[in-house]
Design a protein around this ligand. Sequence first.
Ligand code: APR
Ligand code: PHB
Length: 392
Amino acid sequence: MRVQVAIIGAGPAGLLLAQLLQRAGVEAIVLEQRSAEYVLGRIRAGVLEQASVDLLHEAGVGERLRREGLVHDGIELCFGGERHRVALRELTGGQCVTVYGQTEVTRDLMQALAASGARTVYEAQDVSLHDVDGDRPRVRYTKDGVPHELSCDFIAGCDGFHGVSRTCVPASVLRTFERVYPFGWLGVLCDTPPVSPELIYANHERGFALCSMRSRTRSRYYVQCSLDERVEDWSDERFFDELRARLDGPAASTLITGPSIEKSIAPLRSFVAEPMRFGRLFLAGDAAHIVPPTGAKGLNLAASDIRYLSRALIEYYRTGHEEGIDSYSARCLRRVWKAERFSWWMTSIMHRFPDTGAFGQRIQEAELAYLVGSRAASAALAENYVGLPFED
Ligand code: APR
Ligand code: PHB
């Protein structure tokens, strides 16, 4: 079978690309190794930059987001037992973020794609890429035991960190950069009202904590944990005791707890693969880069790659111009590295590091005090948090 663009992976990157291409009349097919239910069952990020919101509107999937997304004009930093607000909107000349779960973004995209008759193959096994540096790349996969082959113009590798696409870039071309952090995040989702209307990022001697949410009745909380922790050892009670211990008095005493509906541990990693294009293969989203979640950039960077990639491919099919395609990797990487820097920095000032001791803790507190006391420093945080500008 022939298709213009083969997309590997039905995470937010792959689905958003498929939807944008479909609306522009470019034929695409998505190949996903898991079932749609499995993809929707993953609990992931929840904070959207305005540019991500705009792109979802452009993709025609902004309606529920407009109704149900929670617009946040600020975040709170908690340290030394007190909370300090960073007024995002005021510090950025009117920009904000929207809290709307990645699961909901995925659901909206899946529905829109299904309604438009776009082709998505779930449970596509043994996906393999061929001739990615030639004119006519091919993708092979197996569905229900039957082998298939797609011939295409381009392949979008949107298959996440553990996907197959990045492995198709020869070792002599691919360069990777990585930092693995010596801790993880233990996250809990529960149907209780959030402790505070805005997100609280807490630095505490016992470790980092984050109070986030999915809606006015659903909360998402995290505590920093060591990498050898096991979820089974964390009862809801133990989790909430630990969370309370890391928050300021008023937040700790007003926290409403309830039975968890999801509990998991995620490691923290920074990772970048360069280049993001090899021949007719483009890497996008987690396939090309990972950020620690502290800056809320993972999903937004996936959307930002797709913004560049969708425009490049649509321009190519409309006009034959290849500028967008040729500049894809370099343009993405400039924005990716700035988000990597921000995420690494947020991680480094908010977490307890095993090797820096009491000195490290005091340095962090001094940096946080400087941050909330200086308009320039707060503005730098705010403009990164709401999302840096694009080149076009
Ligand atoms: N063949 C087909 N599909 C694959 C393969 C494969 N060999 N390997 C992985 N996949 C699928 C996964 O099952 C997953 O559904 O690719 C998809 C990748 O989706 P994500 O991991 O969500 O990555 P991405 O779309 O880039 O989204 C990035 O997700 O992990 C969060 O924090 C991250 O918010 C960011 C966003
Ligand atoms: C989340 O709600 O899951 C979340 C919010 C902000 C972050 C990370 C995760 O920085």
